[in-house]
Design a protein around this ligand. Sequence first.
Ligand SMILES: [Zn+2]
Length: 268
Amino acid sequence: MSSFVVVALVAGVISATAWVVWVVVGVWVLSGGITFLPAVESGLARLMFDMRVPTAVELGRVRPLWESVCAAAGVDSARYTLWVEQSKELNAFAAGGRTVAITRRALDLPPRSLEAILAHELGHHLSGHSRASLLAWWYELPAQAAIWLVGMAMRVVLVVASAFARFGSAAGALAGVLLALTLLVGLIALNPWLLLMPLLSPLLAWSRRLGEYRADATAARFGYGPDLVNVLSGWLSAEHGVRRSFRVRMLSNHPATADRIRRLRAGR
Ligand SMILES: [Zn+2]
């Protein structure tokens, strides 16, 4: 919604003619459709998420595993594109409508473990999470850009104000602080959701955690429950002793590993 306001404002600045503003806004609303194009998705994978196409050796290892996961799920494996992320962490993720990425280190896992992780990522795709988040990310871009710009402007104004204060110009400093406050009020008027962020963040994090449980349950349905429990148990012993505070748990996008294991064991 705030992106909508930003696009309309920018269009209004460019042209005073009403129909031009409406055309610009209309084109922007339709532009979300381009995130459905495979070429756009691969471009974003490369640029935004630091992913690369797997080497022939990597593909030789991961593709047969991905194919057997898709066979177990009864979906066409060719619908998805496999990517490798240059990271030392052991991780995997699903993005957009087709992207399945694993880190370089995940490739060293035993075959059934890697399959279990891939089955979890397929679970995200089948429930439409990753497609929806890509679309949301796209539509949030104008609002994010506006927030960034206003934030930068505020910082500049405050730096100038503190320089005035240092040279003893109280009026200059006061003017700077007032201008920064005006910018802040403008930012909130443009984006009233910002005020709700302290309430929305735990809710969003909670819905993401539910998404993780659902992806685990999907992997279990395809027969990877015990393998996923194995992988997660390995993580649990690696992270042993690390207790997450209440705040961290409320805002975390990922549920505690122990909870995921418990749910998989209980068959939920
Ligand atoms: Zn996940």
